[in-house]
Design a protein around this ligand. Structure first.
Ligand code: ZN
Length: 480
């Protein structure tokens, strides 16, 4: 729950994909069967972009946004589709990712910005995403099922089933990531390569982006892979293809732009990793400093803080607790929920939960293939009403009942100063005072992340790599 306004991605998208037509592909020049007109394409993209702005939100840093917008526009206005309403934004998500909506709405995460080391890399990524738009991949792949999937995890309670929980838990933005085919990825790589090269960038730097993503994937180990890795072809293969393309180039790359110092100056001070202001876990407790509440989940459950929902799942993956914001007053929200068709409620009553006005009750509901049962609580706190649902297949309810009761009863004001004041970690750029290894740099300028991750974000293969004097190095610091 990272953003206050709740808006799920509209199913209006579905309506578009049934409209059919035929158009000339702007990149290949060939006539092809397409599902939507350019006007509809722009409308779809605008809607997708709006939902990203609402749910994830842009990083609040005008200088950084202006920089990315300017670089992206330079490429876009010289592309095959200069007249689209192109826009480029950095979104507030720590997962390394970039994606394009039809019509030219392109997003890159602050997680990916933090991994990259120069402007040429950034331009390569923007070029790749522009390529998806100019080649109309994002239109072509919008089949009904993929569009439907976008709504996963952000819809209303009774549609998400337990199976969907595991998908929703796989990673916030991957829900929004539209995956293209392998051929489309290759074509976008080729187009991005050409756009960047035509604008005087050193396209060799593209290799670093994939190497960094690969390295990040290795470090992530058991945790979910950055979605750029899971939804794009193997980075090793792409590095190879870029190298082949480079070897075939008939021009020299001498004098082409890398733009390391400019790039690092723009990301200096940006938030690194999960932003605790938007909620963080402390063992099995969830604290949300900006909204000033806390909630305790059952011990040993798997927890996720996504854009519009905080989720926890039992180790056996048969029970879910989800916390969302809801519209209206406590009575209105509870009334609407408990009076839903197909839902039976019991023990519904007004009460205080840790001094907060609330309505709590039990429910059973029939979903498409399962009978679910659980607890629901609607709690007023600050300017919001929170909806807390805990549910499981009815035959498992007795096993989870007391955990559900305890969890829904644990919602409370966050009052500890230390938690309320918790600040995010930030990237800080420092010049190496002399030639030194990353290990000795880290001894002199300590970071709050471990040295392996520090090597990763500096695109160094390990802690013992030597850094020449005067090199700008990223470190990660926490405000006191
Ligand atoms: Zn791609």
């Amino acid at each position: 729950m990272k953003f206050n306004v709740k808006k799920s991605i509209s199913v209006v998208w579905l309506a578009f994909v049934f409209l059919q037509g035929c158009a000339v592909n702007p990149v290949s020049g060939e006539r092809e069967f397409v599902l939507v007109s350019e006007e509809q394409e722009i409308a779809m993209g605008a809607q997708g972009a709006e939902s990203v702005n609402q749910s994830v939100g842009l990083v609040e840093d005008e200088r950084l946004q202006g920089y990315v917008q300017k670089l992206g526009m330079n490429l876009a206005v010289d592309s095959e589709r200069p007249d689209l309403p192109w826009s480029f934004g950095v979104i507030d998500d720590p997962t390394p990712n970039a994606f394009a909506f039809p019509g030219g709405y392109i997003f890159i995460t602050r997680g990916l910005m933090g991994l990259m080391g120069n402007e040429a890399e950034l331009v390569s990524v923007l070029g790749h995403e522009i390529g998806h738009v100019t080649a109309r991949h994002s239109v072509a792949m919008m089949t009904r099922s993929q569009v439907a999937q976008i709504g996963l995890g952000v819809g209303s309670i009774l549609s998400p089933e337990l199976a969907e929980f595991s998908e929703a838990a796989a990673g916030g933005l991957s829900l929004l990531f539209l995956s293209y085919g392998r051929d489309a990825e290759r074509q976008a790589d080729d187009l991005g390569f050409r756009y960047a090269l035509d604008h005087g960038y050193d396209v060799r730097e593209m290799v670093n982006v994939f190497a960094s993503l690969q390295h990040a994937g290795q470090l992530a180990g058991g945790s979910p892979l950055p979605s750029w890795l899971s939804s794009h072809p193997d980075p090793a293969e792409r590095i190879e293809r870029i190298e082949t393309r480079l070897s075939r180039l008939d021009r020299s790359l001498g004098g082409t732009r890398i733009g390391r110092n400019d790039y690092l100056a723009r990301i200096d001070g940006t938030v690194f990793g999960v932003n605790p202001r938007q909620g963080y876990f402390e063992e099995n407790r969830f604290n949300h400093p900006d909204l000033a509440f806390r909630l305790t989940f059952p011990k040993g459950w798997q927890m996720q803080n996504l854009a519009q929902v905080v989720l926890a799942g039992s180790p056996e993956k048969d029970a879910v607790v989800q916390l969302t914001l809801t519209a209206g007053t406590v009575s209105e929200a509870a009334g609407q929920f408990f009076q839903q068709e197909g839902l039976t409620s019991s023990d519904v009553g007004r009460q205080q939960i840790n001094g907060l006005d609330a309505i709590r009750g039990r429910f059973q509901a029939q979903t498409s293939n399962r009978q679910l049962g659980g607890h629901a609580a609607f709690i007023a706190h600050g300017e919001h009403v929170y909806r807390l649902l805990a549910f499981t297949p009815t035959d498992q309810l007795s096993r989870h009942d007391s955990a559900f009761r305890k969890t829904t009863g644990s919602f409370a004001r966050l009052t500890e100063r230390k938690a309320l004041d918790r600040q995010p970690d930030r990237i800080a750029i420092v010049r190496a005072p002399r030639t030194m290894t990353l290990t000795s740099f880290n001894a002199q300028y300590p970071s709050v992340i471990d040295i392996e991750r520090l090597a990763l974000i500096n695109q160094l293969s390990g802690p013992e790599v030597t850094i020449p004097a005067g090199t700008r190095v990223k470190r990660v610091v926490r405000e006191p």
